[in-house]
Design a protein around this ligand. Structure first.
Ligand code: MTE
Ligand code: CO
Length: 419
């Protein structure tokens, strides 16, 4: 892979970033004869709805297309399925609650908070059962974390397939959680020294259970009841879910009802037949918990084509790592021949999404867009070929390879693969 460096003089016209302030973007609208400026639309002449019209706010009627979507052929039944976050429509780093992708194995459990209980049992000094009210009396913390399903990008292992970053990368959301540190609750119960593992169990009909090593449980896990300031949505595990920062989404048990401490992993379904990686040798790699650094350009992308023609263009995307922050993202417009450094904007938080931008003047020629994340451990996001060399082609989960978008002269964008 070539090093990220400033483009050579001959390529400057193609990759200009430093546009003069006065002419950053040419104004397209003109006052004279433009009814949008000379006219009086109804919203200017007539008062609108009152404060009683929208007790719980929803987006503008003109934003109806910004929704979670699914891929019909992916699963047989919607109660054991997935829908995807519309990443191409979002900006900043926070995913709005109503747009967080959903993955459930037995539909959405509608848990009555009055009947909610969280039990801690197994290798503890005293078994405990908490009500929701009990949990609200412990000291709280707030943290922004991404949750990525291990299957994100799973359909792309063998070749470019789905046309849109919503579908190739949308099994992720990034939310501020409010909750109680798991270690605090475990200490209340008194962890026996023989306890090395924790089993987290959900209250939904899927019987979701995952084994989590004690070091992680005592480190940064949260028992969360709020997302972006309000109660968790039913889709996300109302009233309480487990937050396992940086680790694969499957472990973030929703509708959390029980925590059992034991001396070995349980080897349940979700950590044996699922969420393991079948290598070329026939050996299946288990317990791939940490999500490796990854990034994607969200615009331009297949669902967000360039409609304005050549000239000033904003490229933007997301980068994240389960191991820390993202100090650097490189982007290329020519399929990896030349890399330039993108501008990271907004909060840079550990195990959270980062927003990057690259402003350039498009000359109207076809582009091959890619982004490459570097995380705070020094790890660099691999190409698809590099990842396949290590992992083979049998995998479904844990695909963190570099994504390529082809932009045509017309600004149409497609998911492609280059080697
Ligand atoms: N927890 C329970 N109880 N039931 C589930 O089906 N799905 C898991 C995990 N926790 C699941 C669960 C999977 S595979 C993922 S990727 C995340 O929840 C998805 O979280 P989300 O629906 O908030 O996006
Ligand atoms: Co998942």
């Amino acid at each position: 892979m070539s090093e990220a460096k400033e483009p050579s003089a001959s390529r400057r016209a193609f990759l200009t970033t430093g546009v003069a302030a006065a002419a950053l973007v040419p104004a397209t609208a003109r006052a004279k004869d433009d009814p949008a400026i000379t006219g009086l639309p109804s919203w200017t002449t007539t008062p609108g709805e009152g404060v009683d019209a929208r007790p719980y706010g929803t987006p503008s009627q003109y934003e109806k297309h910004v929704v979670r979507r699914n891929v019909e052929w992916l699963t047989a039944s919607p109660v054991s399925s997935v829908n995807f976050t519309p990443l191409h429509e979002l900006d900043g780093i926070i995913t709005p609650n109503g747009l967080c992708f959903e993955r459930h194995h037995a539909g959405i459990a509608e848990v009555d908070p009055g009947q909610y209980r969280l039990m801690i049992n197994g290798l503890v000094d005293s078994q405990l059962v908490f009500t929701l009210e009990d949990l609200l009396r412990f000291p709280r913390q707030n943290h922004v974390y991404f949750l990525e399903c291990a299957a994100n990008g799973g359909m792309e292992w063998r070749g470019a397939q789905l046309n849109g970053c919503q579908f190739t990368h949308g099994m992720i959301h990034n939310v501020m959680y409010t909750g109680v540190k798991l270690s605090l609750l475990l200490k209340e119960a008194g962890v026996k020294t023989s306890a090395k593992w924790l089993l987290a169990e959900g209250a939904d009909a899927s019987g979701m259970t995952r084994s989590i090593p004690m070091e992680k449980a005592l480190d940064d896990c949260l028992v969360a009841f709020k997302m972006n300031g309000e109660a968790l949505r039913p889709e996300q595990g109302y009233p309480v879910r487990l937050v396992v920062p940086g680790w694969e989404g499957n472990m973030w048990v929703k509708w959390l009802r029980r925590l059992e401490l034991g001396d070995k992993p349980w080897h349940h379904r979700e950590e044996t037949s699922k969420y393991t990686d079948l290598l070329e040798s026939g050996v299946a790699r288990r317990f791939t918990w940490e999500m490796d650094a990854k990034s994607v350009i969200t615009s331009p992308s297949p669902q967000a084509p360039i409609k304005h023609g050549s000239g000033p263009t904003v490229l933007t995307g997301l980068a994240w790592s389960g191991r820390g922050t993202i100090p650097r993202v490189d982007v290329t417009l020519d399929g990896g021949k030349n890399w330039v450094r993108a501008r990271i904007d907004g909060p840079s938080l550990s195990k959270s999404m980062h927003r990057f931008y690259y402003e350039f003047k498009w000359n109207g020629e076809p582009l091959l867009l890619q982004s490459r994340a570097h995380d705070s451990t020094g790890y660099v996001q691999p190409t698809k070929d590099e990842l396949r060399e290590v992992r083979g082609k049998n995998s479904i989960y844990h695909n963190n390879s570099i994504q390529t978008w082809h932009v045509s002269e017309k600004g149409v964008v497609e998911n492609v693969e280059i080697s």
